[in-house]
Design a protein around this ligand. Structure first.
Ligand code: RFL
Ligand code: PHB
Length: 388
């Protein structure tokens, strides 16, 4: 088999890259370790930056997003028993869109099927070869049979636990911070407690009220790292959430059975560089942010923007300027999102060593935010997404 770009991973990064390249007339094959339903069942991100929406439009997959997505102009910060609204549109003129990662993935998969593009699901033992030459190859096993794809370029879009970064582990420098807590998430078919997201700083720990639609809610509770979902029957989750909300939100909270419940650890991670000859890393394969700033999926999308432009130039203009500059451009934006996510995480969570002094500093920071237009501008321009 032969293709121009072999893409490893059918998460949002791989699928979006595949669709944009197809639009530019660049042939590609996606290899995915799991089956399609498994990929679609992962409940993850919910907030899309305006730039991410623009890329989905460019990829021709934004019709349902525009119909069903919820446009948000602000977020709420709750602390000390009261809620304060940050008007992000007033500060920046921009909005974010609430539309689940699952839906983005489904739209991209449907478009890929419609365009008749090749995706190999349940591709086992994927391995990368010859990317230090101009004739890279990817091998994999499907139904017990070995295959090889010859290509010009390999795009490693296979997430944090993928094989692409592992293939260059001796050539990368990594930067990491592991936080001493996780998020316990619950999805339920109940109306959201408020029309906008509420980020709660509480002495019992952080809580987030989010949503997927006007009838489906997503809530998160900060929890210890060694916590197990089995220890959290729905009733216990709702009780703990109510204790962390301001009194008005606690009063309005509509509870119901969970559809999904899971725990995710929080981590900041960057691998440098993001390019090795003809291998390019994009999305979670190269970096992780804690979810507090809602940046993970959006960063995957901005990497794909830079990479798709670079590859377009490479093929259309026979120029390697874009691919040579990919890592530098992508990492510039990645580190700013790392900083923002780390800062939001530090401001909103209770750390094991949070003493009286650091609690007061957190509250002072939050008070400064809700009183200062300059501080709101800074939070807002990061939250809606820095320019590409
Ligand atoms: P993905 O989604 O992990 O996809 C990688 C794909 O590669 C496959 N794969 C392989 N395929 C072939 N061979 C191998 N050896 C392979 N190894 C792995 C995997 O099966 C998978 O299908 O990475 P991608 O595409 O880079 O996308 C990144 C996003 O998924 C991630 O950053 C976000 O979900 C993070 N995130 C959020 N991001 C936001 O922008 N806004 C949010 O509101 C937000 N909330 C969240 C989040 C992540 C969360 N969790 C669970 C980590 C909330 C949570 C709780
Ligand atoms: C979500 O809805 O899953 C979500 C929203 C905002 C975040 C993180 C996760 O900061």
């Amino acid at each position: 088999m032969r293709t121009q770009v072999a893409i490893i991973g059918a998460g949002p990064a791989g699928l979006l890259l595949g669709q944009l390249l197809h639009r530019y007339g660049i042939d590609n094959i996606i290899l995915e370790r799991k089956d399609r339903d498994y990929v679609l069942a992962r409940i993850r991100a919910g907030v899309l930056e305006q730039g991410t929406v623009g890329l989905l439009e460019e990829a021709g997959v934004a019709a349902r997003l525009h119909h069903e997505g919820l446009i948000h102009h602000g977020i709420e910060l709750a602390f000390g028993g009261a809620r304060h609204r940050i008007d992000m549109t007033k500060a920046t003129g921009k909005t974010v869109t609430v539309y689940g990662q699952t839906e983005v993935t489904r739209d991209l998969m449907d478009a890929r099927d419609k365009a008749g593009l090749a995706t190999v699901y349940e591709a086992g033992d994927v391995s990368l070869h010859g990317f230090d030459s101009d004739r890279p190859r990817v091998r994999y096993v499907k139904d017990g049979v070995s295959h090889e794809i010859a290509c010009d370029v390999i795009a490693g879009c296979d997430g944090f636990h993928g094989v692409s970064r592992q293939s260059v582990k001796d050539a990368i420098t990594t930067f990491e911070r592991i936080y001493p807590f996780g998020w316990l998430g619950l999805l339920s078919e109940t109306p959201p407690v408020s029309p906008e997201l509420i980020y709660n700083n509480h002495e019992r720990g952080f809580a987030l009220c989010s949503m997927r639609s006007n009838t489906r809610s997503r809530y998160y509770l900060q929890c210890p790292l060694d916590e197990h979902v089995d220890n959290w029957p729905d009733e216990k989750f709702w009780d703990e959430l109510k204790r962390r909300l301001d009194p008005q939100a606690a009063d309005h909270l509509v509870t119901g059975p969970s559809i999904e419940k899971s725990i995710a650890p929080l981590r900041s991670f960057v691998a440098e560089p993001m390019r090795f000859g003809r291998l390019f890393l994009a999305g979670d394969a190269a970096h992780i942010v804690p979810p507090t700033g809602a940046k993970g999926l959006n960063l995957a999308a901005s990497d794909v923007h830079y990479l798709s432009q670079a590859l377009r130039e490479f093929y259309a203009e026979k120029s390697s300027a874009g691919i040579d500059d990919y890592s530098r451009r992508a990492l510039g934006r990645v580190w700013k999102a790392e900083r923002f996510s780390w800062w939001m995480t530090s401001m909103m969570h209770r750390f094991p060593d949070t003493d009286a002094f650091s609690s007061r500093i957190q509250i002072a920071e939050l008070n400064y935010l809700v009183e200062s237009e300059a501080a709101q501008m800074s939070l807002s321009e990061n939250y809606v997404g820095l320019p590409y």
